[in-house]
Design a protein around this ligand. Structure first.
Ligand SMILES: *Cc1c(COP(=O)(O)O)cnc(C)c1O
Length: 373
């Protein structure tokens, strides 16, 4: 008997395309034989991990025979930091995990979820896997629109226009990846206020620590006003722990209760729990990583504009750049010089590259490498 295993897959899974990660350094070494490689492809922290986290990881190695503690201490620390009860926190294996949990807990086939064109690639995947229907709002175009202005950013009026009786979830990234665009306090608050009570809204604040410099709101402050609000945060970006995988959601207690039902009991490993708790206390590291990034965004943006590339203003630790021609040959030419950036053709942006902000030295090398492509 032969059978097409494709046809056995759940309908939502059948047409899923796997997430494309940035090219790893080891792979580039093997394929191109280049060395001294700089990876500016995955919005990782150029400072490396926080020293305080490394210290507790070393100690934690001794306890690896035991299951993790379920995150009690980390939830307590997060509870103090955000001023909300530990029963309103859901830990994830990265915030990616939490985004998937939200989709699993609230979406079934026939439901609708809304997100924006050029949004983070994980939202479409999480929605599609459940069999729910994705409603994609066109991003702000060059003409702009009053109150929701940034070109390529989320058009909140367009998103609101897609809400129907079937809508269960709305995903918003503030700031957004890969565009770097952000939403301001008043427009975002008005949007959430306008949503029907039965529509949950996820505000993904993966880059919040960086974006605070341009004045994006800390939406976790609004949780008491909006029982339908879910805020996600991560240790992967400004906290420098992308490899160990920790993120979390803040929400109402009933929403957290539901998310914790679909969460695997030990979805965050014991070293990650320790590292995240230590990173949370390492104010000096966070301050340095934000300061380095603020200077780096400026350095890269200015340098790229001098070369006449189109730079989208960014509140994250990366910039989206319009190369003014197909981006893949430029990407390839940079690879040959040992620089890995991120093509974004999968986002419908074949002429753009996303470049993560590195150290001052790394940014300089990227800028001069562009002169040789
Ligand atoms: C990087 C990123 C995340 C975080 O992913 P983790 O799973 O926490 O590493 C979440 N949302 C957006 C928009 C991101 O760019």
């Amino acid at each position: 008997m032969s059978c097409d295993v494709q046809q056995l897959a759940a309908p939502g899974v059948r047409n899923l395309k796997p997430y494309l990660p940035g090219k790893p350094i080891s792979e580039l070494e093997r394929e191109y034989g280049v060395s001294n490689i700089i990876k500016l492809a995955s919005n990782e922290n150029p400072l490396g991990p926080p020293p305080a986290a490394l210290a507790v990881i070393r100690q934690g190695l001794e306890s690896l025979a035991l299951y993790p503690d379920g995150g009690f201490d980390l939830c307590a620390a997060l509870s103090r930091r955000h001023g909300i009860g530990p029963g309103r926190i859901t830990l994830g294996n990265g915030s990616n995990d939490v985004l998937v949990l939200v989709a699993e807990a609230f979406l079934t086939p026939g439901d609708e979820a809304i997100y924006s064109q050029y949004c983070f690639a994980v939202y479409p995947m999480a929605v599609q896997a459940t069999g729910a229907t994705a409603m994609v709002a066109a991003a702000v175009t060059s003409s702009g629109r009053a109150g929701s202005g940034q070109v390529m950013g989320h058009d909140l009026a367009a998103m609101a226009g897609l809400v129907s009786d079937k809508t269960r979830l709305v995903f918003i990234a503030n700031p957004n990846n890969p565009t770097g665009t952000w939403l301001e306090k008043l427009e975002l608050k008005a949007f959430i206020e306008g949503l029907p009570a039965q529509v949950l809204v996820v505000v993904d604040e993966a880059y919040h620590e960086y974006a605070a410099t341009v004045g994006t709101p800390d939406v976790s402050q609004w949780l008491d006003n909006f029982p339908n609000l879910i805020v996600t945060r991560t240790f992967s970006k400004a906290f420098g722990l992308a490899g160990i995988r920790v993120g979390y959601a803040l929400s109402s207690a009933p929403v957290a209760n539901l998310l914790n039902r679909v969460r695997q009991p030990f979805n965050v490993n014991s070293l990650a729990l320790l590292a995240a708790e230590a990173a949370l206390e390492d104010d000096e590291y966070l301050r340095q990583s934000v300061a380095l990034n603020t200077r780096g965004v400026e350095q890269l943006s200015t340098g790229l504009k001098e070369k006449s590339y189109g730079v989208i203003p960014s509140a994250g630790n990366f910039v989206l750049v319009d190369m003014g021609r197909p981006a893949i040959p430029v990407y390839e030419a940079l690879l040959h010089q040992g620089l890995i950036v991120r093509p974004v053709g999968n986002y419908g942006l074949p002429n753009h590259l996303r470049m993560t902000v590195g150290t001052e030295e790394q940014n300089k090398r990227l800028l001069s490498a562009l002169d040789k492509v």
